[in-house]
Design a binder for this molecule. Structure first.
Ligand SMILES: Nc1ncnc2c1ncn2[C@@H]1O[C@H](COP(=O)(O)OP(=O)(O)OP(=O)(O)O)[C@@H](O)[C@H]1O
Length: 385
């Protein structure tokens, strides 16, 4: 049976409670205010008349700035929220990686929680019984099977939630951001499993700010803005539309909403790029780094630093270079995403003096640069020669 998702004219209104300001001078007026000025209830529209189809074989990216409605839409697709208007038709079994710890009971043991979550996922007791050991092994919690869940660390709970949620292959996979926490060993296993599950799914719907990931994984995209669907198309067009939208919003100076985005936009994880050449200029005591980088909103970060054996060296100059190839690949609004940066590092004679563990970090400013830029294979090879 082929899988599909049909969303027709979906709107979602939820009640919110607004408390008016109550400047109270004393306890008496505080209690009187609480008694006679209860919070006002009003409906807010989170999704507004969305219509789109996802067909067998599609990998759909949901794009939009913070608060645009991406997670809410995923919850509607997963039937957590019932639309106020319109209809959602889903054909095929659905696996939602939206909240890994949903339905966990801290007082039950780790093994019991596998049953609780498995039953909530619609699995039979007989099937779950066969899955308990593999899930414990995958999450590295075999020795903790009989312990209460509340004694686990948050990372261990996340591993358990991930192992249970991904224990079965479904037709449709709904994801809110790619799984991104855990130690290196677990992340390697989680990545391999995710790739397997994504590959085995008939439909994948992924909401993420990681533009590189969306570009690699998805073939289609929709862009949400304030709960409305403002663009639908192939992934290249959708990323381009999203970046243009973000740049329009930046120029429009929508200070309140863009203020919400500031932490994300400035965070290292939101900057991505590649280093394509590193040269040592021994005469001038500096390293020249060439590559490209952008942030998740398609903006151009201006910060670069080198991490050499734990010592941090900040760039003193960064010039932008045209990169139409990168611009086309990611659907960016500007092609000035290439850069050449100069970083003073004294005492170097040749490139290999930097050692193989050098990391190039990008960010909005030199001081705050902390997103590791990928090294091109030729650069990695040159560093060890
Ligand atoms: N239950 C709720 N009651 C009231 N408002 C809500 C509720 N759930 C979400 N919202 C609001 O709906 C808007 C969309 O939220 P949502 O979590 O879907 O955004 P998002 O696009 O996933 O954002 P982000 O990129 O930050 O994860 C936000 O303004 C949020 O405050």
């Amino acid at each position: 049976m082929s899988a599909f998702i049909r969303v027709q004219g979906v709107s979602l209104d939820v009640p919110t409670f607004l408390q008016s300001e109550r400047p109270a001078k004393g306890w008496g007026s505080l209690f009187l205010g609480a008694a006679f000025q209860p919070p006002k209830r009003r409906l807010v529209r989170l999704l507004d008349r969305l219509s789109f189809d996802v067909n067998d074989g599609d990998r759909l990216a949901i794009l939009g700035r913070n608060g645009a409605g991406k997670s809410t839409l995923l919850r509607v697709l997963n039937r957590v929220y019932q639309p106020t208007e319109g209809s959602v038709e889903v054909s095929g079994s659905c696996q939602a990686l939206l909240n890994m710890s949903l339905g966990f009971n801290g007082e039950a043991t780790v093994a019991e929680n596998i049953y609780l979550r498995g039953i909530a996922m619609g699995l039979t007791a007989a099937f779950i019984r066969q899955q308990v050991q593999p899930i414990l092994e995958f999450s590295g919690l075999t020795e903790k099977a009989g312990q209460r869940l509340r004694t686990l660390s948050s990372g261990q709970k996340m591993r358990l939630g991930f192992a249970i949620s991904t224990s079965v292959q479904h037709d449709i996979m709904l994801m809110d951001e790619w799984v991104g926490a855990g130690d290196a060993d677990f992340m390697a296993r989680a990545k391999a499993r995710m790739q397997g599950r994504v590959g085995g799914s008939k439909i994948v719907v992924l909401a993420s700010h990681s533009v590189g990931l969306l570009r690699d994984l998805c073939n289609k995209g929709i862009v949400l803005e304030r709960g409305r669907l403002v663009h639908a198309g192939d992934i290249g067009d959708s990323l381009k539309y999203y970046h243009e939208l973000m740049s329009r919003l930046r120029k429009g100076g929508d200070a309140v909403t863009l203020g919400d985005e500031a932490p994300g936009a400035g965070a290292g994880a939101q900057v991505y790029g590649a280093v394509e050449d590193i040269r040592v200029d021994a005469m001038r005591g500096r390293v020249e780094v060439t590559g490209w980088m952008v942030n998740a909103q398609g903006g151009l970060p201006e910060g670069l630093a080198l991490d050499v054996d734990g010592h941090r060296y900040l760039a003193v100059e960064l010039t932008r270079i045209r990169r139409p190839d990168v611009c086309k690949h990611f659907g960016l609004a500007t092609d000035m995403c290439g850069f050449k940066a100069f970083v003073p590092v004294s005492g170097l004679r040749v490139l290999s003096d930097l050692g193989p563990d050098v990391r190039v970090l990008g960010g909005e400013r030199h001081e705050s640069a902390d997103a590791v830029l990928r090294l091109a294979p030729s650069v990695s090879a040159a560093l060890v020669c």
